[in-house]
Every structure is written in structure tokens, then in C-alpha cells.
Design a binder for this molecule. Structure first.
Ligand code: GAR
Length: 197
């Protein structure tokens, strides 16, 4: 199973995937490429550390999605990697029609809340400010509805009295780093079906 990872940030989730893959824990999944819309994103360094092909692909600077020529560039570049699975690991752009059609039923996303609670940006802060006592992370299939695709897996995180926002963020990231590689492994070995299977 050929996996392509897309991300915009520090890439700790990509690192968890790459680390598990290099330890042979995700076989038969292999990460074939990592792409970022942010030129010097940490996620590219993490991929380089694991000697995985990585590249910055340009994208409109003021938009939170991919459009027109840049969307085509992303589609054509990724198609050459012949991915079976695309993992959005902190990819902060909304994917729409042409991209979703090009890789239909192959894209998963990690989101730092228990969806359908707290979709969209700043999900950890939304949950913290709301004062929930349980939050967590969700892995879901990506469709046209932002953070609205079918849920594959979730991990709960308790918010304890006195937890700061920073601590909650750390706890959620810790949960993410366990559940995301395990979902990829389950997809790779057929324990979790792809849509329509
Ligand atoms: C992760 O917490 C992920 O859930 C979140 O971005 C972070 C990326 O961290 N994604 C979203 O908020 C998507 N809406 P990382 O770059 O260290 O993996």
C-alpha cells in the first residue's frame, strides 16, 4: 500500500507514521512521498530524516484551499506516486472537487477533536474554551464536507482539573501519534475496509 502524506506544519504525526513504518510496524504500507504547501515546514525535514521523498508544492498564498493551476500541480504530482492512500497530517487546506475526484475514497484526515464536536480550525482551543471534560482526536475519510466524512477511529482524552491549554494540546498529540499509525496499519492489512469494499 503506497502512502502519500500531506501536511503544513511541524509534522509530528508524519514522524509517528514514518517511525512506525521504518520499524516495520505498518507493513505492507510504505510511505512513498511527503508534500507540504509550506516551504520550510518541519514535516519536510521529518521526511528527509527518514529518507523519504519530500517536496514543497506551491499553493495560493492567501487561500485556505487549492485552486486551478496549483490544484492541477498537486494532482499531477501526487498521481505519479500512484498512491493507494493519502494521509492529511496537519494539512491546513480544504480539498475540493477535482482533487477529491482524482483520489476518490483514498484520503483520510486527522482532526484534533472528537468529531462531530469542534470541527474546523483551532479545534483544541475550541474544546478547551468550552470546558469539555473529554475531547480527543478523530481519523475520518475526506469528502466535500469539511471534517464531515465517515469516521474511522477516535481516541478520547480526558481534560483534568488544572490542565492548561498547552498540556491538553500535548495530550491530544500523544493520542494522535498512536491512533494514526494504527489506522494506517489496519487499512494496509485489510482490518479496516476502504469505502465501498
Ligand atoms: C494535528 O494536531 C492535527 O490533528 C491538526 O494539525 C496538527 C498537526 O500537527 N489538524 C487539523 O487541525 C486539521 N483541521 P503535526 O504537524 O505536528 O502533525
Amino acid at each position: 500500500m503506497r502512502v502519500v502524506i500531506l501536511g503544513s506544519g511541524s509534522g509530528t504525526n508524519a514522524e509517528a507514521i514514518l517511525c512506525a513504518a521504518s520499524a516495520g510496524q505498518l507493513a505492507p504500507a510504505q510511505v512513498v512521498a511527503v508534500y507540504s504547501d509550506v516551504q520550510h515546514a518541519g514535516i519536510l525535514e521529518k521526511a528527509a530524516h527518514y529518507e523519504v521523498k519530500n517536496s514543497h508544492l506551491s499553493a495560493p498564498s492567501r487561500r485556505a484551499s487549492l485552486h486551478g493551476e496549483s490544484e492541477n500541480l498537486w494532482i499531477e504530482t501526487i498521481k505519479k506516486d500512484a498512491p493507494d492512500l493519502i494521509v492529511l497530517a496537519g494539512f491546513m487546506r480544504i480539498l475540493k472537487g477535482p482533487f477529491l475526484q482524482a483520489f476518490s475514497d483514498k484520503i483520510i484526515n486527522i482532526h484534533p477533536s472528537l468529531l462531530p464536536g469542534f470541527p474546523g480550525l483551532e479545534a483544541i482551543r475550541q474544546a478547551f474554551v468550552r470546558g469539555v471534560k473529554i475531547t480527543g482526536c478523530t481519523i475520518h475519510w475526506v469528502n466535500e464536507v469539511v471534517d464531515g466524512g465517515e469516521i474511522i477511529a477516535q481516541a478520547p482524552v480526558r481534560v483534568m482539573p488544572g490542565d492548561t491549554y498547552e498540556l491538553l494540546e500535548q495530550k491530544i498529540h500523544g493520542a494522535e501519534h498512536v491512533v494514526l499509525p494504527s489506522v494506517i496499519r489496519d487499512l494496509a492489512i485489510g482490518a479496516t475496509p476502504f469505502p465501498g469494499e
